[in-house]
Design a protein around this ligand. Structure first.
Ligand SMILES: Nc1nc2c(ncn2[C@@H]2O[C@H](COP(=O)(O)OP(=O)(O)O)[C@@H](O)[C@H]2O)c(=O)[nH]1
Ligand SMILES: [Mg+2]
Length: 376
């Protein structure tokens, strides 16, 4: 956390004429201290992870249930947060526990430029989180995987995310997975979606093997309700009721002492990065050949420039592979610190939010009292 950063920065917490939350690092709780940890704690903790490519509706789904201001909805492909976010926790009637969602960033090969979080950093974050949950004997009650039904076909980013998801969960976790196809409201003709859904269900390499292993396909869309479009709360309660919690493949592998890079998800990511490097090297060779025969000096310079950019990209990917393969205690400690910082930030934000609500309620009560006095 950097000095001067605000809690909930980038989220829609800071909107309208509402007071800004105090700077994170100097924030002090002046009133009654909130309990550390969950906002509401009525029983065993139930956690549901939400995964999927960027812009597929993960955060929107979580927010529609939790109304949590700390969950950020992206309005451009770049705006997604690159950190795992824990939603606020609340009591649920099913199984008498309290539920929290884990909002995860999607994998995207454009990540990591300009020193930003790379896919390897994201996977290491997820690995640290899963390992911490394993050490605390906390199994995931379910996993929701989001996919836009509006995509005419599975693009390369969607395929990458799906391949990572498969390796991260393993077949045994699929019975606790709901594949949520989102954005049905955006389709001009619902039959388009039904056709795509059928293809996603049956074509090899898409969702067929997940469904065969027990995953369920569920539809969602803003404002759509009914049997075909169950309420988000209904989807979640059904998931909890039918879930048979267990460890994900990645948790089992980390428990055996593997590093994140050595897990199946890590090898998958490493393979994907290597594929990208091969493609980019090929492009570099083509650019170099084109520059050699190019007679126009301006065009030649442009080709050389693009080639040098690609070269930097390849170097960055090589560095990313190294980060992925690191197995040092120090690297793990840094990831654990990042996660603890994210949790602490989330707690502070919730605390600030509750204080604000309490103050607002007190002010309203005072106004009501004055109004009653005036009336008398
Ligand atoms: N119309 C429509 N828009 C959606 C739906 N789900 C998400 N969105 C929009 O898609 C964008 C990305 O959503 P977000 O939840 O941030 O995706 P994430 O990156 O997977 O967390 C936002 O502008 C959302 O408002 C949906 O079911 N219908
Ligand atoms: Mg999001």
């Amino acid at each position: 956390m950097h000095k001067g950063e605000q809690p909930g920065e980038g989220s829609n917490v800071l909107k309208g004429d509402e007071p800004s939350p105090p700077p994170y690092c100097i924030y002090e709780e002046k009133e009654e201290k909130p309990p550390a940890g969950p906002v509401v704690s009525g029983g065993p903790e139930i956690k549901i992870a939400v995964m999927g490519a960027t812009g597929t509706g993960k955060s929107s789904f979580i927010k529609s249930i939790t109304q949590d201001e700390g969950i950020i909805i992206g309005h451009s492909l770049q705006s997604e947060t690159d950190k795992i976010t824990l939603s606020r926790t609340f009591d649920v009637s099913v199984e008498g526990g309290c539920l929290a969602f884990i909002d995860t960033p999607g994998f995207d090969d454009s990540r990591g430029a300009d020193g930003a979080m790379s896919d390897s950093d994201i996977l290491r974050q997820i690995g640290t989180f899963l390992q911490k949950e394993y050490e605390g004997s906390q199994m995931l009650a379910g996993i929701i995987y989001t996919h836009r039904i509006t995509d005419p076909r599975m693009g390369s980013t969607s395929i990458r995310n799906l391949r990572m998801f498969r390796q991260l969960c393993g077949t045994q976790s699929m019975r606790n997975v709901v594949i949520l196809t989102t954005m049905w409201d955006k389709l001009g003709d619902i039959r388009e979606g039904v056709g795509r859904e059928q293809e996603l269900r049956s074509a090899p390499g898409l969702f067929k093997d997940l469904i065969d292993a027990g995953a369920r396909l569920v539809r969602s869309g803003h404002g759509l309700r009914g049997y075909e479009f169950p309420e988000p709360e209904h989807i979640v309660s059904n998931l909890i009721l039918h879930s048979n919690p267990g460890w994900t493949k990645m948790q089992e592998e980390l428990a055996l002492g593997k590093s994140v890079g050595e897990t199946s998800a890590g090898s998958e990511l490493d393979g994907q990065i290597q594929e990208l490097i091969v493609q980019e090297m090929q492009q570099m060779r083509e650019l170099a050949a084109a520059a050699l025969v190019e007679l126009d000096e301006g065009a030649k310079r442009r080709l050389v420039y693009i080639r040098s950019m690609l070269d930097q990209q390849v170097q960055r990917r090589e560095e990313e592979r190294q980060v992925l393969m690191q197995h040092s205690e120090a690297a793990r400690a840094i990831e654990a610190m990042r996660l603890a910082e994210a949790e602490e930030k989330h707690r502070q934000l919730l605390s600030w939010e509750r204080n604000r609500k309490r103050k607002k309620k007190r002010a309203l009560t005072a106004i009501a009292a004055v109004a009653v006095m005036g009336f008398l």
